[in-house]
Design a binder for this molecule. Sequence first.
Ligand code: NOJ
Length: 479
Amino acid sequence: MTDVEWWRHAVIYQIYPRSFADGNGDGVGDLPGITARLDHLADLGVDALWLSPFYRSPMVDGGYDVADYRDVDPVFGTLQDFDDLLAAAHGKGLRVIVDIVPNHTSSEHPWFREGRRDRYLFADAPNAWQSLFGGPAWTQVEDGSWYLHLFDPAQPDLNWRSPEVRDEFEGILRFWLDRGVDGFRVDVAHGMIKTESGYFDQEEVHDIYRDWRKILDSYPGERMAVAEVFDTTPERVARYVAAGELHQAFNFDFLEAPWESATLRRIIDASIEAAGTVGAPPTWVLSNHDRQRHVTRFGDGVTGLRRARAAALLMLGLPGSAYVYQGEELGLPEVLDLPDEVRVDPQWIRSGGAVTGRDGCRVPLPWSGDAPPFGFGASSWLPMPADWAALTVQAQRADPDSMLNLYRRALHLRQPSGTLTWRPAPAGVLCFESGGLLVAVNLSSSPVPLPATPLLSSSPVNDTLPPDTTAWMPTPPSS
Ligand code: NOJ
């Protein structure tokens, strides 16, 4: 592991611990389950892991409701299990970043239970703000006052103007940095400061990151942080990764883009430009634990899968850093037909079933065998589709044309790159050079000529590049 700004070009694999691998047979994924499966990730060729929360939590929001930021929830294991995971990952050359949830705690956090109101946002009367999970963002307590929760009522928002809150989170960062983590993913990074005018992207929030950056930089090695900032422009997002603040921010414009060449090109250009103005790397992401899986988003059955394969080679061919959500390397679709009674997402619960919610992208991973739970554990906390036998890691390892082998080959061929140069291409085709590769993506409905013999392609090619296909070629010597 070379240290020099590794995050500038890293491919970071997101683990949603509940659904990755179950080490103790209780049907819920856990830290020992991850440790036991690290070879899958080392072999895949990613550089780092991002672990969604595994802290003590009543699990109202899948662990994004933290009751103790310095301990592992028993369902996921122990602090010793975390240390073992970290050591094993480092031993395989994999860095580890952990999720930090600073906008809100769980209502089971000792501060909230003990009535430390100065550390939360209480008011005599609510304003009109709505929760992102539906319904009002305020809940009334016994004495008639109200507290703010941008998410579930079980996730009270913290008061970041309180010095104790700031100190506590600096202590939490140090706690995990001392254990050896390589960085943090910052949940709702634009939400901590509220003013009269709103709750996202308020100026004062940047003071917090300037303080955090000093802490990160005071540790040996290259510790990093990636910000979750949504509902704003690339220029506003870039302010979180300006000099003296965080290292990366997620690219939700790319994640939300339709499979359409002009829009994708516009987003790619805008992302590279905005990040470039502050000297940060662009990042790319197709799926995460909050969004419908992109195989399903991109179209039905064969079309969705074919486009997801092409999108993977597009994303991994771009300069900067990319995020892979667990299971996308297997081409998992969204599970659309989960029975109502197994759904647990607060989006589903709070909307009375009007919003389907995010359980369908959180179904446990299929590892092996012919029937559910496909080697995930002895059972699985969400039911797995019976027809996932062909999607298991075991089945895909044996198939040279599988999605798993496509990701594997791409990750082994991919070179660090800081630039992109567009090349002329027919309508509906994206063609660019980056990282010593010539990348062509055919988003049109007709085959187009191939400029060179591919090193790798997302679907079979002969002398043309078929629709919904990406090819990686060597860069022409003249360029
Ligand atoms: C963003 C997280 O990704 C999501 O899963 C969570 O529900 C909200 N933040 C609230 O923490």
